[in-house]
Each structure stands twice: as C-alpha cells, then as structure tokens.
Design a protein around this ligand. Structure first.
Ligand code: C5P
Length: 298
C-alpha cells in the first residue's frame, strides 16, 4: 500500500493559556499544503512493527527513535485494540523537514492509522479514530481529516471550515529544528495574549479572499520562536519583500511560509527568497492530508 501524507500550515494560532497538564489551550486554523512524505506499508512474516524512515535528498533533520516515532506509535495503538497479529513494515521517505512546524510526523501517523485500518478491515468509528489519533499527537486528529479546520483544546477538538482558498505556499525551511515544547516554554515566559479571534479568518477563507486571508495571518508562537531564532524575522521580511501577500511562522516553526495566489507568483517569490533560508519549497493548498495511492503491494 502506497500513500502520500501532506503537511500543514497554521493560518491562525492563538494561545489561550497553559493548562494544568502542561499542554496549552489553543484556537488555531490548520490548512493542508501539498508538500508530502511518501509511505509504503508492506506485510511481513515477523509479527512485529518495523519502521524504516529516511530523508529524501536535500532534506535535513534528526529522525526519531522507534519508540518516539509517531508512525510506530500509530501502528502500535491500532495493534493494541487486538486488530491483528500480522507483522508490518512501514517505510517513510521524508520530503517534509522534521520538527519544522509543518506537522510532517503527525501526517505520517495519520497515514499509518488510516492505511492500516483499511488494510486490516477494522470497523472503527470516526470518533474512535480521532481519539486514538489524539493519543499520538495534538495535530494527528486534524491530519486524519485534512483540508482546513478550526482546532481548539490542545488541537484535537475540530470544526470543519468552508474553505475556498486555493493558495500557493512558499515554505522557507531552516535546517535547525525547533522543538515544539521549547517554543511553548518560551511563550510561558511572557504569555502574551493577542486581542484577536479566528472569526474574521474563517469568513475570509469561506470567501476565498486571499488578500484578506493574508492580512489576517496570525500566530502567537511567532514572537517566542523569533526570540529563540533571531534570523527568522529576516526570512519573513524577505518573503513579504519578494511579493508574497502575507507571511507567517508555521506552528511552532522554524518554517516561515509566504502566501501566494498561484504557482507563477510562488515560483517568483521562491527564487527571490532562496538566500534567506536553507531550503525553499513551493506547494499548493490541498483538501486532504492522507492520500492513499494504490494497494499494489498487498
Ligand atoms: O501533542 P504533541 O506531542 O505534538 O506536542 C508536543 C509538545 O508540544 C507537548 O509535549 C507540549 O509541550 C507542547 N504542546 C503544548 N500545547 C499544545 C500542543 C503541544 O504545550 N496544544
């Protein structure tokens, strides 16, 4: 079974406060973007879960250990329901940088959950799938669905949004990852609370008004991430100067994205901002995270 899992950007992210469990209460709008990892799932004779993860050419980052790997944890969560005792090898080729604020690992976990559910013919309700996804990571429930959603709680409470935005994104990538937990800890230092809410962004998305969406881009984690990585604001400035309608840190960073109307604009912006980043990719809006391609190997 071959599949692709897309990445995400946060078009809006407001931190409401730190919770007693250490997580942070959020209001965020997530939007799926078509820079994708490739996954292949193959049954084996071993009775075990094996994950082989590798970086595509030019992609940097530290690969997680087996126990930390969201793909391994997703497969194990399904097996713990007594789903199967079949061995499984999951290969992942990473095009999405690791710990970059693009939700690559969350997408891989969602891909493993959806593909293995289908492969083992499991009758899990949508609610059960989302609950299992939330045990793996805060963004994994969103990745099960993909498209554009408003997320609250720690990111796992989802509301679909009408989204007519068909944008192109210029992703300004840094080779040095920024651990999510560290950026939230830096937010805790000052706990800034923006006087903003996602309503206007929801309306702009519904209308597909790209310039309005660009003017409403907001991320409360941007200031803490920029304090930790002082070179990032220059990347954001470069995207705006190069002609992107708007630019923002994605999630907890360090990726900074520029929003463009079409591929031509995205290519032109990408060419101009190359010196400001370690790597630049362009990718369009997508309406789902997990794209199952074929079942050839089963
Ligand atoms: O849920 P996930 O494993 O992706 O989160 C990674 C880390 O990011 C958490 O351990 C926590 O420190 C931080 N986090 C948070 N509030 C959220 C999501 C993540 O504090 N809503």
């Amino acid at each position: 079974m071959r599949l692709f899992t897309n990445c995400k950007v946060n078009l809006f992210l407001k931190v409401l406060g730190r919770r007693p469990d250490g997580y942070h209460e959020l209001e965020t709008i997530l939007h799926t973007v078509g820079l994708s990892d490739e996954m292949e799932i193959v049954p084996t004779e071993t009775g075990d879960i094996e994950v082989q993860m590798s970086l595509a050419e030019g992609v940097t980052g530290d690969l997680p250990s087996r126990e930390e790997n969201t793909v391994y944890r997703a497969a194990r969560a399904l097996l713990e329901t007594g789903a199967s005792n079949e061995g499984i090898l999951i290969e992942v080729l990473k095009h999405i940088p690791v710990s970059a604020g693009l939700g690559g690992g969350s997408g891989n976990a969602a891909g493993a959950l959806v593909a293995l559910r289908d492969h083992w013919g499991l009758r899990l309700s949508r609610a059960e799938m989302l609950e299992m996804a939330a045990t793996i990571g805060s963004d994994v429930p969103f990745c099960i669905q993909g498209g554009t959603m408003l997320a609250s709680g720690r990111g796992e409470i989802l509301t679909s949004l009408t989204d007519a935005l068909a944008g192109w994104f210029v992703l300004g990538i840094s080779d040095r990852p920024l651990p999510t937990a560290d950026v939230y800890a830096e937010w805790d230092e000052r706990s800034p609370r923006a006087e903003t809410n996602p309503a206007a962004m929801s309306l702009a998305l519904g209308a597909g008004d790209i310039e309005e969406v660009a003017s409403l881009l907001h991320n409360d984690l941007e200031a803490p991430a920029f304090r930790m990585r002082p070179e990032l604001p220059a990347g954001k400035e470069a995207l705006l100067e190069a002609g992107a309608f708007g630019a923002l840190l994605s999630g907890s960073g360090p990726t900074v994205f520029g929003l463009c109307a079409d591929e031509e604009q995205a290519r032109a912006v990408a060419a101009r901002v190359e010196p400001a980043f370690d790597r630049v990719e362009i990718a369009p809006s997508r309406d789902r995270c997990v794209e199952i391609q074929a079942e050839a190997s089963l």
